[in-house]
Structures are given as structure tokens and as C-alpha cells.
Design a binder for this molecule. Structure first.
Ligand SMILES: Nc1ncnc2c1ncn2[C@@H]1O[C@H](COP(=O)(O)OP(=O)(O)O)[C@@H](O)[C@H]1O
Ligand SMILES: N[C@@H](CCOP(=O)(O)O)C(=O)O
Length: 354
């Protein structure tokens, strides 16, 4: 591998996708982080792929620590393998510090994939641009909203380009061939499928400085795959138009200072994913319909964060009383939660030399 590698950190923000009507389209980077500290001094001759992993924070004891099982290092190995590099540089140690709750709709898997792509790019000295790194993340995470916010930062809208038939075939390769199980392709010497170029495109919207995000995080997990599995395969024209109308208004409404609570509250309504996910999240319909800017001054709008179960309330003030109301509605269903006021973050994923 060319050049000597200096230790570095990768810092990746969490995300809240959808923001009501923007299912698989919009995402917001928020101030909870996944941080990797990468050094090159370990002398473990038996380390698989030359890499040892340590882990602290959310998921400790649960997340695998073998490089070809852990989502972060598996992703990095995928990127490396696409460039004919089979292992990490000698002596690689990756310390993972994760504050993003797993399986709660705050984009923990998207953050892990973004961190993994940046890890592969940095240790392989590949010099990939952020746009090209997005192609690699989209081969794994496949919906662009949460990974784009995490990679780029801010409040972003994104779409997947319509690919030509050859590229579509490459893009739609089963995930098991992109990130094979350890016994599969990563160790067979086969080159995994490289992503087509320019799969996703995005634009950053503004964000009014007064608006904060209250995250109410239940103490149970909902796997994103499960929450996508309850969605219908087809929608009525009426429901589609309902969401498109609101999304068009919302992306600009959230940039205006001072924010207009009535406009934002209505523009955050959704008929595409939240109604179907209520079976997975006790109290969701009650929370989404019973609190308004009139009943709770300072409140702008409420939605499911990503695939849930976290509830995201956008607000300008009275954070405690808004959170207390949502906590009490969950408590009636026997669900305990923690809550945090999060700041939208403008910096996306970063590599910082130590
Ligand atoms: N820091 C991490 N390290 C390794 N794997 C992770 C990490 N964060 C998330 N994951 C993987 O992603 C899964 C959660 O993904 P998902 O169901 O999409 O929920 P989320 O809404 O949090 O993204 C975890 O169960 C774990 O397998
Ligand atoms: N648009 C996706 C977003 C999933 O985000 P996550 O944070 O739950 O992984 C969806 O709603 O399924």
C-alpha cells in the first residue's frame, strides 16, 4: 500500500429520515455521533484481515467484533476488495465509539455503512470523492435519505438516478453478493460488484436556526427491514398527491425564519409510511394526532424518525413539556423512553488526522 498511514478519526452524525411526507427522499443530520479511531500499531499476527476492533457505547456486547462480521469493517473490506486490496494495512486497530442507538430510526446502520466506506477509502488511500463514496454506500443501504444526510450533513433531499439496464443489473445485485457472509465472496478472491457511477443525487436545503429536533427514543428496537416489510407495494393517487403536496411545502417551510408552526405542522403529515407502521409502535397514532402547535406552543410538527420507533418533534421552545407529553403517551402503553434535544449538524462525515 502506497505511503505511510497516520492515525485518524472518522466522525459520522446520525440522521432522521423522512420528516413526515419525505419517505426515502429527505434526511436530516443530527448531533449524535459514531466515531472511529484508527491506529496502525497493533502487533497481533493472528488478526483477521490485519484488523482488530474494540467497541464502546450503544451496541457494546452485541455488535460483532470480527472484521468480516462487523458492518463497519465489512463495508470497508467491500470497498477495498473492489480495488483489489484484500486486507487492512498491517497492524490496523479500529476503536468504535458509538452513541447512536441501534434499531431506533436514527440511522445507526446508515452511519455504520458511511463510516465503513470512509474507512476503506482512507486505509486504501483510494482518493474517492464523497459523491463516489455515496455510490458505495448505496450498494448496501439502498435508500438514499439517511445515508446522504449522514455523509453530506444538513437537511438534504435525494433521488436515485434511473440507471441504464446494464447499470441497473449491477445496482440490483443481491445484498448478499455485495456484502457476502464471511464464508462467501470476500475470502474467495472474487472481486465484488463495483457500484455504477452517480447512483444517487442530492441537494441541501436550508434550515431555520430556531428549529431543534426533540428525539424521544423508546427502549425497544424496530429493524428497518421489518418496518419496510409492513408497507404496501402500491399507493393510491390520492395518498401520493397528499404527500407530494406537503413535501414540496415542507422543504422550504423549514428554511424560513421565524418558522410558521401551522404551515409546518400540516406539511409534516404523511400517508405513505407512518399509518402502516402503527402496528409496530404502540401509541404512534395517538402521538401523531393529539399534539398540535395550539395545544403545545413551540411545537412545529411531529413524525416518526426514519423507520421508527423514535419520535421526532421539531420545536422552537418548551422542549421539556413537549417531550413529557410524548413520554406519558408511551408510558400508558408500558413503553419507557429517553429523550434528547438534538441540533441539526451541517458537517457530514469527516476524516480527521490525529
Ligand atoms: N456501530 C455499528 N457497528 C456495527 N453494526 C451496526 C452499528 N450500528 C448499527 N449496526 C447494525 O445495524 C443494525 C440496525 O440497523 P437498522 O435496523 O437499519 O436500524 P437503524 O434505524 O438504527 O439504522 C444493528 O442491529 C446492527 O446490525
Ligand atoms: N426511508 C427509510 C429510512 C430508514 O431510516 P432508519 O434510520 O430507520 O434506518 C424508511 O423509512 O424505511
Amino acid at each position: 500500500m502506497a505511503g505511510t498511514l497516520k492515525p485518524f478519526t472518522i466522525k459520522v452524525p446520525c440522521s432522521s429520515a423522512n420528516i413526515g411526507p419525505g419517505f426515502d427522499v429527505v434526511g436530516l443530520a443530527l448531533s449524535i455521533y459514531l466515531t472511529l479511531t484508527v491506529t496502525f500499531t497493533t502487533t497481533d499476527p493472528d488478526a483477521e484481515h490485519n484488523c482488530t476492533i474494540t467497541y464502546e457505547g450503544d451496541g457494546a456486547g452485541e455488535v460483532p467484533l470480527k472484521p468480516d462480521h462487523n458492518l463497519i469493517t465489512r463495508t470497508a473490506l467491500y470497498v477495498l476488495k473492489c480495488h483489489d486490496i484484500r486486507d487492512f494495512p498491517a497492524g490496523t486497530h479500529v476503536h468504535i465509539h458509538n452513541d447512536i442507538p441501534l434499531g431506533r430510526g436514527l440511522g445507526s446502520s446508515g452511519a455504520a455503512v458511511v463510516a465503513g466506506v470512509m474507512l476503506g477509502n482512507t486505509v486504501g488511500q483510494l482518493g474517492l470523492s464523497k459523491d463516489r463514496m455515496m455510490d458505495y454506500t448505496l450498494m448496501i443501504e439502498r435508500h438514499p435519505d439517511n445515508v446522504t444526510a449522514t455523509m453530506m450533513g444538513g437537511f438534504v433531499g435525494s433521488y436515485l438516478r434511473e440507471l441504464d439496464p446494464k447499470d441497473t443489473e449491477r445496482k440490483e445485485i443481491p445484498l448478499s453478493e455485495v456484502l457476502p457472509e464471511p464464508a462467501g465472496g470476500l475470502d474467495t478472491g472474487l472481486r465484488p460488484p463495483e457500484p455504477p457511477t452517480g447512483i444517487g443525487h442530492h441537494i441541501r436545503f436550508g434550515w431555520a436556526k430556531e428549529i431543534k429536533a426533540i428525539a424521544i427514543i423508546p427502549d425497544f428496537e424496530v429493524a428497518t427491514a421489518t418496518a419496510r416489510g409492513v408497507l404496501p407495494t402500491e399507493y393510491s393517487k390520492k395518498d401520493l398527491i397528499f404527500n407530494l403536496q406537503r413535501l414540496a411545502v415542507l422543504t422550504t417551510a423549514l428554511t424560513r425564519s421565524p418558522p410558521d408552526p401551522e404551515l409546518i405542522y400540516q406539511a409534516m403529515q404523511d400517508k405513505v409510511h407512518q399509518p402502516y407502521r402503527k402496528t409496530l409502535i404502540p401509541a404512534l397514532p395517538d402521538i401523531l394526532t393529539s399534539m398540535t402547535p395550539n395545544s403545545h406552543p413551540g411545537l412545529l410538527g411531529i413524525c416518526l424518525s426514519g423507520a421508527g420507533p423514535t419520535i421526532l418533534a421539531l420545536a422552537t421552545e418548551n422542549f421539556q413539556s413537549i417531550a413529557d407529553e410524548i413520554l406519558s403517551r408511551f408510558a400508558k402503553e408500558g413503553v419507557h423512553c429517553i429523550w434528547k434535544v438534538l441540533e441539526p449538524v451541517q458537517d457530514g462525515a469527516q476524516v480527521i488526522e490525529l
